[in-house]
Design a protein around this ligand. Structure first.
Ligand code: ADP
Length: 401
């Protein structure tokens, strides 16, 4: 009977998961990675083996309407596939750890209650992350559940980088810049010595460009600053979020245009950014294939913001030695990488077109003052490493992906 550990990354309409298995007498290794998409609309389960070969792709019953149903569907597949094996731990992605949770934490009822208090700070993600923890705890009583936070990696930044310049009594309530995508940045920082040794311990800007997008300034592989702040709304333009916004706009929405709090929340989390500008799609791939001026404007603004914020983080670092692109857009779009790098030519960035088209890992020319890289992220592996370490499953850390 083998042991296995699960990694869950629960979103509003998808449940991403990885299965790490430990055959008798051996170390931990990735056995499967998959997702249930279309929860609440047309749910579908797809699972691949570590080499990317399809293990299963099946439509699920339309009664899979929420995260709990999705977890039941996943449990049924796990029983079918790994029946007789034992789950020894579950690692969860949790977007917001607030000021209290500075590292991976074993879930207790008290911890869960504190994490629920942070739901208003991450309404797009936190409720689903926590629902998955509750559902998994109910279905697997006695199996340790570990929360791994997107905010933790950024703790340790300077006082000014974390500061929100409001009166002290408000700051004491937790109003500070937290930063997000930390599991992704932590993973990238962990592989830099192997993938890009020349910049590993230098001044690096990592661009995590996916549906959510942010930049992180690394010095010696530690987070010095990032573009996301108190919530995941700040910084770069994203798929459905605007990025940095004059707070006067929010005041005007309330006072002038009489929006309710819920309407403002929906506008800022779901209707702005690429979808808001284009009115066409929140998906970069779609937009790049369109000719409408609104689609072009959305892409132009995305590139403009990224380049502008790279400039700001370059100033924070006092110069840049390397830029790393990661996540859906960063890993897969040569066009966006090229356009951002062109806008950073003033920093001494020079792109090698052929290397960029083939995806790197190094995509800058030999003469470029700053080296530029494409490094696929792996947040799930980071969660597995933390879960393994915390539960004494240390070998999970070394597994191949
Ligand atoms: P998340 O995990 O936050 O949902 P991802 O990191 O998967 O997001 O990134 C999703 C984004 O990546 C989408 O905007 C998608 O269009 C974009 N993307 C994926 N592949 C490509 C591609 N080949 N070219 C351009 N954009 C792409």
């Amino acid at each position: 009977m083998d042991d296995y550990a699960l990694v869950l990354n629960a979103g509003s309409s998808s449940l991403k998961f990885c299965v790490f298995q430990r055959p008798r007498g051996e170390g931990w290794r990735l056995a499967a990675r998959g997702q249930i998409e279309g929860i609440g609309s047309s749910p579908q389960l797809s699972v691949k083996d570590p080499d990317g070969q399809c293990l299963t792709k099946q439509k699920l019953d339309a009664t899979v309407r929420n995260g709990r149903d999705a977890l039941d569907a996943l449990a049924a597949w796990l029983r079918f596939k790994y029946g007789g094996s034992r789950v020894v731990g579950v690692g969860h992605r949790v977007v917001h750890g607030g000021s209290r949770f500075k590292g991976p934490t074993v879930i207790t009822p008290q911890v869960l209650a504190e994490l629920y208090e942070l739901v208003p700070l991450a309404p797009l993600h936190q409720p689903y992350n926590l629902a998955a923890i509750e559902a998994a705890s109910e279905r697997l009583p006695g199996v340790p559940q570990v929360a791994c936070f997107d905010t933790s990696f950024h703790r340790g930044q300077s006082a000014v980088a974390e500061l929100i310049p409001l009166p002290r009594e408000l700051r004491e309530l937790g109003l500070q810049r937290y930063g997000f995508h930390g599991l992704s940045y932590e993973y990238i920082a962990s592989v830099l010595p192997e993938v890009a040794p020349s910049i590993a311990n230098e001044r690096v800007i990592v661009a995590h460009l996916g549906s959510g997008a942010s930049l992180c300034a690394l010095k010696d592989r530690k987070s010095v600053d990032s573009t996301l702040g108190f919530t995941a709304l700040d910084g770069l333009c994203m798929g459905t979020r605007p990025g940095a916004l004059d707070p006067g706009v929010v005041l005007h929405l309330f006072q002038g245009l009489k929006f309710s709090a819920k309407e403002v929340e929906t506008l800022l989390y779901k209707k702005s950014g690429l979808i808001g500008i284009s009115g066409i799609s929140n998906d970069m791939r779609d937009l790049l294939g369109r000719r409408e001026p609104e689609a072009r404007l959305a892409v132009d603004y995305f590139v403009y913001c990224a380049a502008k914020e790279i400039g700001a983080l370059a100033a924070v670092l006092g110069g840049v030695d390397g830029i790393v692109f990661t996540a859906g857009i960063g890993e897969n779009s040569p066009e966006i990488r090229e356009r951002i790098c062109e806008a950073c030519a003033w920093l001494g960035v020079e792109i090698d077109d052929a290397a960029n088209d083939s995806g790197g890992p190094k995509i800058s020319t030999e003469g470029s003052k700053i080296s530029v890289w494409v490094v696929p992220t792996n947040e799930e592996l980071m969660i597995a490493r933390h879960t393994g370490a915390l539960l004494g499953l240390a070998k999970a850390a070394q597994e191949r992906t």
